[in-house]
Design a protein. Structure first.
Lengths: 127, 127, 127
């Protein structure tokens, strides 16, 4: 898999998504960009001992067109701090395009639509 | 599908449910009643820009009798306000009866048993 | 099923789990021990009218080896008090070993790895 391969990982707030904006807080459209962001987060996490717990609901498959499934999944993320304090970090939904590639399902596109438009929430980590 | 068709959508608190009470906060037993409530909520939502995010766990099928499945599903609802504030809005379980109708699974009955008995939570929206 | 049958139910915090500690807050390794704890909780619950609502995400099957599946599942637990107050009680993941026994899937081992290391959370109830 080439690093220049096209994909889309995006984090955007619900109001912006509804306005049809294309650029949210996170916007990675090649595999190389994604890998870059993942690496930088792994560094940062050394200094921030939070745990982010994602719980997702069942995935709703909405459509199948030109070899790709469109799907939607609700999520909640709970953050637990080092001292045990817990808070609701983010709630929203994943809007995904999934392709079958060599027998495995792979994300071609994942747009995270956060119910909140608070930027501190959206910038910190991939959701 | 006729509008007088019988169904049941009910929201009730756990203590009331355990006492065997039939009437909770929401009680719709025809399709017409349900459609009425849905319409009125859509109006209200214009003025209340909250987002209610439901995350549900796996559905547990408990029984199959006289053409209907009995099933139970835990849920959590998180409310996000316009300013980004998030709170736990409701937690509880769905107690459902599901029938297969023309190849599709349809709810014949959905009782929402809320763990909380606070009425502000229960009245506001269908859960 | 004999009461001396070996199993493992353990609740442990994430930091302890990562250090490879074997003993957490809960540690039951026979069926008799588990039944004992369950009985004592049922007594206690008479005096504590809280409701603990678990919502779990999809189960990820990681491995199949020597007749047992290794699986992992994220969870969130919300506690609702008698007066309707709700709080995030625990978030974390289940690390399980599941065997097929007479056509049914059964837990041979369940380790609850809590994201929080606050002991009040971990001691109170099985998660």
């Amino acid at each position: 898999m080439k690093h220049t391969e096209k994909c889309l990982y995006q984090v955007i707030s619900r109001p912006e998504h509804e306005l049809g904006r294309l650029i949210g807080v996170w916007y990675c459209d090649t595999r190389a960009m994604l890998e870059d962001r993942v690496s930088s987060i792994r560094e940062v996490n050394i200094y921030e001992p939070h745990v982010y717990r994602h719980v997702i609901g069942p995935t709703e498959v909405l459509d199948f067109r030109e070899g790709a499934y469109s799907a939607q999944t609700s999520y909640i993320v709970v953050r637990t701090m080092h001292d045990g304090e817990m808070l609701l970090f983010s709630a929203g939904r994943y809007v995904d395009e999934i392709v079958i590639d060599g027998g495995a399902a792979r994300f071609r596109k994942r747009v995270v639509v956060s119910d909140s438009s608070r930027y501190d929430t959206l910038v910190a980590i991939p959701i």
